[in-house]
Design a protein around this ligand. Structure first.
Ligand code: ADP
Ligand code: ASP
Ligand code: MG
Length: 406
């Protein structure tokens, strides 16, 4: 018994029947003597629909207005969930992010939570209510509505669990937990009973959308242990927590595929100090996150120039191209080529710190499948490669077969 934060994602509130199912689950948790704070996402597909509408009006929508429209998705769900509880005779109050005291910076569509004042939530809980908070949104100190990046309801739940000092944080979704790979891509992927924050963070930022990566970063920072589990059954889920020594015995914990990548190449960038700094400073100022970067060796000894490739999220591609074209005069490259037919495949595991030969085995596996590697990046606990999009699923399955014990 205690205070429990439960988050239900878009598929768990995808239609009216599913919303009633959520209300029943919340009711069971409350009947067991707990105070319950529920975070809900927009109904499945709704956020994409709203983005589509905005883009029909404007190719690159103005970001403040984008947040204004996106926040309506979650606002619909909180009201419906509260009504479903009222219909069962349970006192419940719905709150937008702003009403729940979630304050963010002003970076529209990717805002960071700066502070939560949970007094209002506590007040409603004390009165015996279930409190239902709109995920994915907050408000700047000036009163502008912001959103927290795609998948941001996970962050709302984890941040609220930290701010409310909750006894338990549960992320309900449409799979039984965190698997060794997306079970929709690799049919024989296995559910993990536990995973470390670091591994979950890498998997999430490398494409495993079961958790938003920023939410995992937040959980690690504030020590919020959470469980990922299904809203459609009562199977135990996956516990995400601090690493323990036994976790290093597994070399590769999971494989992920990110199809949401695009590659940009700038040809003939003058090979002299300050060029990379200019290019990436402008991109950073436009809030474009750059992932992998590869600079080729210089060609043409008389006027040295080099080709520079890097990856960004597909959603940022139009903005990144615009920023780069705008600096063409300043940087002096010859041509910009963008390529959306790429993807990133990664293997992740804390055991890589203590085992050698992992990269060699990964490249050998890909070469056996005649898959060409275009870019490589590594960290202590992951290896990622950029390959052709069409080969992504085949590569993911091959790496899962090679590294994961079933
Ligand atoms: P929600 O709407 O509940 O937020 P998401 O669609 O964001 O759910 O995330 C759940 C989906 O994440 C699953 O349906 C699954 O296809 C996908 N997924 C990707 N990688 C993994 C993984 N390693 N383990 C489990 N699910 C994964
Ligand atoms: N509705 C938002 C999205 O689709 C946030 C979320 O579902 O977590 O990205
Ligand atoms: Mg999600």
């Amino acid at each position: 018994m205690g205070l429990i934060v439960q988050k239900y994602g878009g598929s768990s509130v995808g239609d009216v029947e599913r919303i009633k199912n959520v209300a029943r689950r919340v009711c069971e948790t409350r009947d067991a003597g707990n105070k319950v704070v529920v975070v809900v996402s927009a109904m499945r597909g709704e956020t994409d629909r709203l983005i589509g509408l905005a883009k029909q009006i404007m190719k690159i929508p103005t970001e403040r207005e984008m947040d204004m429209i996106l926040a309506t998705g979650e606002q619909t769900t909180i009201a419906l969930t509260a009504m479903a509880l009222h219909d069962m005779g349970i006192p419940a109050v719905s709150l937008t992010g702003a009403q729940a005291g979630i304050v963010t910076d002003g970076v529209h569509t990717k805002a960071k939570i700066s502070n939560i004042t949970p007094e209002r939530i506590h007040g409603f809980l004390e009165e015996g209510n279930v409190v239902i908070v709109a995920g994915f949104q907050g408000q700047t100190p000036e009163g502008n509505i912001t959103t927290l990046g795609r998948g941001g309801s996970d962050l709302t739940a984890i941040a609220l669990a930290a701010a409310l000092k909750a006894d338990l944080c549960q992320i309900f979704t449409d799979v039984d937990g965190v698997y060794t790979c997306d079970p929709r891509i690799v049919g024989n992927a296995r559910k993990l009973n536990e995973i470390s924050y670091e591994e979950m963070l890498e998997l999430a930022s490398l494409g495993a959308k079961v958790m938003q990566s920023r939410s995992v970063e937040f959980a690690k920072k504030f020590g919020v242990i959470f469980e990922v589990r299904s809203s459609l059954n009562t199977n135990p889920g996956t516990i995400v927590k601090e690493e323990n020594p036994s976790m290093e015995s597994v070399v590769v914990r999971g494989v992920s595929l990110d199809k949401n990548q695009a590659k940009l190449t700038l040809f003939s960038v003058p090979d002299k100090p300050g060029m990379a700094s200019r290019i990436f400073k402008h991109l950073a100022q436009a809030s474009v996150n750059v992932d992998m970067i590869v600079q080729n060796v210089s060609h043409a000894a008389d006027s040295p120039a080099t080709d520079l490739s890097f990856t960004v999220e597909k959603a940022d591609l139009a903005k990144a191209c615009r920023v780069i074209e705008d600096m063409k005069g300043e940087v002096g490259f010859s041509e910009l080529v963008s390529d959306e037919d790429v993807c990133k495949v990664s293997i992740v595991g804390v055991g890589m710190r203590t085992h050698s030969g992992v990269a060699a085995k990964m490249f050998e596996t890909l070469s056996e499948g005649s898959i060409n590697i275009e870019m490589i990046s590594t960290s202590e606990i992951k290896i990622s490669v950029v390959i052709r999009l069409a080969e992504g699923e085949k590569a993911t399955q091959a790496l899962h077969d090679a590294f994961i014990e079933i």
